[in-house]
Design a protein around this ligand. Structure first.
Ligand code: SAM
Length: 267
């Protein structure tokens, strides 16, 4: 029996019905599925039935050896490829072709991996299990107190669906917190190349979540631009960052960006 390594966030999913629900949440007819952290290969086994091409990235070399042994024939038949590496350091390899991401993500890197997949145009969508608290942040809607830059960065790519909760008893060893499975089908690309600038803009907007948008964005654009934007949409000048929806963030970003461009061309 393998000992789970805390440093790699190893909580193995043992509940068969949850495994089935995750598999059912994955769209059909995918050409290439990337699984991060296959662990003991329980989800991997089911993924092989779904797509002709599965690629896994597992950081733990002990698990990697077990997986090579377990899936020797699938590897030989080229239905499955397993790489022993840190997924975050292997992104060029992950993104070499279009893919759909599936994972029971280790908590310590879950947010980073989701953000990486969201900004990667080769990633067509994802079904991932993460800490429920993080799932709520990604799936929050404008007006929710949880609504933050994470939900907006996801929202500009597609709808975030919080599919179901997963109790701690579904794992071995059991984690301390409840998990949840989210799905994002990336059917929008509203930011494209400007993502880095948009992230900078969002960082300013949410600088002090309790302060007003007007105050937070004062370092990014002029006060008069924000004021006239809020008035145009009948929003009070006291609007807080979590109260503006994704569509309005995009509009405001475009106006602020134009203002910056005009300013730099007159300098
Ligand atoms: N998929 C398995 C399951 O559902 O039972 C294991 C999930 S466990 C929560 C997370 C897995 O990710 C572990 O196998 C761990 O070794 C692996 N892992 C952790 N950090 C990783 C990283 N940076 N890159 C790739 N795999 C990683």
């Amino acid at each position: 029996m393998i000992r789970a390594k805390k440093k790699f966030g190893q909580n193995f999913l043992i509940d068969e019905s949850i495994k089935r629900q995750i598999i059912q949440a994955i769209p059909n007819n995918l050409d290439r599925i990337v699984e991060i952290g296959p662990g003991l290969g329980d989800l991997t086994q089911k993924l092989i039935q779904l797509s002709g091409k599965i690629e896994c990235f597992e950081i733990d070399s002990e698990l990697y050896e077990i997986l090579l042994d377990k899936f020797a024939s699938e590897i030989l038949e080229q239905k499955l490829k397993i790489t022993n590496a840190d997924a975050l350091e292997s992104w060029d390899e992950i993104a070499r072709q279009e893919y759909f991401l599936v994972a029971n993500l280790p908590y310590y890197v879950a947010t980073n991996i989701i953000l990486k997949a969201l900004s990667d145009s080769k990633c067509k969508g994802l079904v991932v299990m993460i800490q429920k608290e993080v799932a709520l942040k990604f799936s929050a809607q404008a007006g929710d107190s949880e609504f933050s830059a994470l939900a907006i960065l996801a929202g500009v790519r597609g709808d975030v669906e919080l599919l179901f909760d997963v109790p701690t008893t579904a794992f071995n060893p059991q984690p301390k917190v409840v998990s949840a499975v989210i799905r994002i089908i990336k059917d929008r690309n509203l930011i494209g190349e400007e993502l880095v600038e948009f992230e900078k803009f969002l960082k300013s907007a949410f600088l002090s979540p309790r302060k007003t948008l007007l105050k937070n964005l004062s370092s990014y654009s002029s006060k008069s631009l924000i004021e006239s934007f809020l008035l145009k949409y009948d929003l009070p000048l006291t609007t807080r960052p979590h109260e503006l929806c994704v569509a309005l963030y995009l509009k405001l970003f475009k106006e602020a960006k134009n203002e910056r461009r005009e300013e730099s061309s007159t300098r």
